[in-house]
Design a protein around this ligand. Structure first.
Ligand code: ADP
Ligand code: MG
Ligand code: MG
Length: 252
């Protein structure tokens, strides 16, 4: 589904990613962890197509297409979901209207008719039940005055509505409380399917108490320095990152 090969990327002349390799297959959940400043958010920004991040080497294939060649909005229409790609706040635009536009843009891109009002409502109801979101939240201006938990619920709802092939979630906000983490984890668990994959980037060990990743990767100084199963996350919880990073620094 996603094949990242030897990605090098820089921001403002500073090389941040220094040869990332990662293969994600349909149905898998991958977690990327690592100390602050390792390049985790840079990796998600590169996959999202943020223009401040310049890819200097390497390639990314998404469902057989050259991802880096696609405009950011086309990446979404091809089935990539990036949580933070969606607007922070848009006064006067409800989640319902925002999601309706996004769903129909995606359908148009894929040569499908827009959903009629009845089908859209049916889909909304189904997904609302799935992610346990309240109607009143969906009719408010998107993210305006939302609590951390409400923002997360909204994000998971958007993900459910857009039915992505690959969802990338960068859990950057250090203000996330345990409820918000649980909402994200439940959403991933609900939306997990054999033909869908997840890349969850997290600073929080605790998130992995609620989701069961198939693979855990440690990113350090712009490279994946260790990969394993969920046991690796447990080991990190116990020992911290030092037992990995010290070896890397010694070898450098
Ligand atoms: P992480 O998400 O692992 O904490 P980041 O990808 O946010 O790490 O950052 C990695 C490095 O890249 C840091 O040194 C950070 O300061 C730098 N960096 C990231 N984005 C920018 C940017 N837009 N401008 C300048 N430096 C950046
Ligand atoms: Mg950071
Ligand atoms: Mg980050």
């Amino acid at each position: 589904m996603l094949s990242i090969k030897n990605i090098h990327a820089r921001v403002e002349d500073k090389e941040i990613l220094r040869g990332i390799n990662l293969e994600i297959k349909a149905g898998e959940v991958h977690a990327i962890m690592g100390p602050n400043g390792s390049g985790k958010s840079t990796l998600s920004s590169v996959l999202a197509g943020r223009e401040e991040y310049e890819v200097t080497e390497g390639s990314v294939a998404f469902l057989g297409k050259d991802l880096l060649d696609l405009a950011p909005e086309d990446r979404a229409r091809e089935g990539l979901f990036l949580a933070f790609q969606y607007p922070v706040e848009i006064p006067g635009v409800s989640t319902t209207n925002f999601v309706k536009a996004a769903v129909n843009e995606k359908r148009k891109y894929n040569g499908e008719e827009p959903l009629d009002a009845v089908s859209f409502l049916k889909l909304m109801k189904e997904k609302m039940a799935m992610v346990e979101i309240d109607q009143s939240l969906l009719s408010r201006s998107i993210n305006e005055g939302f609590s951390g938990g409400e923002k997360k619920r909204n994000e998971v709802f958007q993900m459910a509505m857009l039915e992505p092939k690959l969802a990338i979630l960068d859990e950057t906000d250090s203000g996330l409380d345990i409820d918000a983490l649980r909402i994200v984890a439940n959403g991933i668990n609900e939306l997990r399917r054999p033909d869908r994959a997840f890349l969850v980037i997290t600073h929080y060990q605790r998130l992995l108490d609620y989701i069961q990743p198939d693979f855990v990767h440690v990113l350090y100084k712009g490279r994946i320095v260790k990969s394993g199963t969920k046991e690796l996350a447990l080991e990190l919880e116990e020992k911290g990152y030092d037992f990995i990073t010290e070896q890397i620094d010694l070898a450098a």
